[in-house]
Design a protein around this ligand. Structure first.
Ligand code: ZN
Length: 249
C-alpha cells in the first residue's frame, strides 16, 4: 500500500523493516543488567495444564521477563524519577520522521580500562538535517551477535553526554540505539545521559523517549525513514516495543 505525504514523500506500508528483537526463553535472547533468561511457563493446576501437547485445550503460558534487560524496549523519564511515570501515557504519537546514522564508538581511557563511546564529533554529519524527530544510532561493527548477546559485565559502548547539545539543537524527541543503555554500564548510578536527555530533575521532558536493544539490519542504509514506534501498553516506565522503518521511495 503506497502512501504519499503532503511534502511529496512516499512510502510503501507493506515494506516495513522491523528493527526490534524478538523475545524468547532460550539462549538466543539478548540480555543485560545481570538478569537471567526470560521464562515462559505453562499454567499448571491439579487438574489442568496449559499445554495442548499434554492434553490441555490451549497453550496458556505465564511469561516472566524484564523490559530493560531482555530486549527491545522503549522507556520514558519514569525510568529515573521517584514517580514511575508510564511510557504508555508518554508515547501517544506513533509515526515519526527518523534518521539512521552509523557510528563506530571511539576508544576512550576510563578509570578501569578503556571505554567505547559515541561522541559528538561522530554525530556532526546530522547537522545537515534541520530537525530530527527520531534518531536511530547503529553502532559498528553491526555484528549479528548483538541479537543474542549477554551484555552483563561487558562494559558496552555508550553515548557521550556532550552529544545532547546537538540532539537538543535538532529537537530530537525519540532516541533509538542498538545497545542495552545510553549510559555506561557501571557509572556509580550517575546515568548522566538519561538525566540530561530527560531534564531530570529540573526541566522534565515527558515527550522524550529512549529505545534500547534494537537491531538495524545492514540492508538499512543511513538516511531518512518513516518510523512507526509503538509499545505494548504497560503502565510502567518501560515496555517492550516494536520500531518499524519505512524507506522513502
Ligand atoms: Zn532501558
Amino acid at each position: 500500500m503506497l502512501v504519499t505525504f503532503a511534502n511529496g514523500n512516499r512510502v510503501d506500508l507493506s515494506k516495513g523493516i522491523d528493527i526490534s528483537l524478538p523475545l524468547t526463553d532460550d539462549e538466543s535472547n539478548p540480555r543485560a543488567w545481570y538478569v537471567d533468561l526470560p521464562r515462559f511457563e505453562p499454567v499448571r493446576t491439579d487438574d489442568w495444564v496449559g499445554v495442548v501437547k499434554e492434553g490441555g485445550g490451549v497453550n496458556f503460558r505465564n511469561i516472566f521477563f524484564n523490559p530493560h534487560g531482555h530486549g527491545t524496549h522503549t522507556e520514558c523519564l519514569g525510568h529515573i524519577t521517584e514517580t514511575v511515570y508510564s511510557i504508555n501515557e508518554s508515547l501517544n504519537q506513533y509515526f515519526f520522521n527518523a534518521v539512521v546514522i552509523s557510528v563506530s564508538p571511539e576508544k576512550k581511557d576510563a578509570d578501569e580500562g578503556t571505554d567505547e563511546v559515541v561522541t559528538l564529533k561522530q554525530l556532526l554529519p546530522l547537522k545537515k538535517y534541520k530537525t530530527i524527530e527520531a534518531l536511530i544510532i547503529r553502532t559498528l561493527p553491526n555484528s549479528a551477535d548483538k541479537k543474542s548477546k549477554n551484555y552483563s559485565s561487558t562494559n558496552p559502548p555508550y553515548i557521550d553526554v556532550e552529544c545532547l547539545e546537538l540532539l537538543d539543537q535538532l529537537e530530537v524527541k525519540h532516541l533509538l540505539i542498538d545497545l542495552p543503555s545510553v549510559d555506561k554500564e557501571l557509572d556509580g548510578g550517575v546515568l548522566a545521559f538519561h538525566h540530561e536527555f530527560w531534564g531530570v530533575p529540573n526541566n522534565q521532558r515527558f515527550d522524550r523517549t529512549i529505545t534500547e536493544f534494537i537491531y538495524v539490519p545492514d540492508l538499512v542504509a543511513d538516511g531518512e525513514y518513516l518510523l512507526n514506534l509503538q509499545v505494548a501498553p504497560f503502565e510502567n516506565d518501560a515496555a517492550p516495543s516494536r520500531p518499524v522503518l519505512y524507506p522513502f521511495l
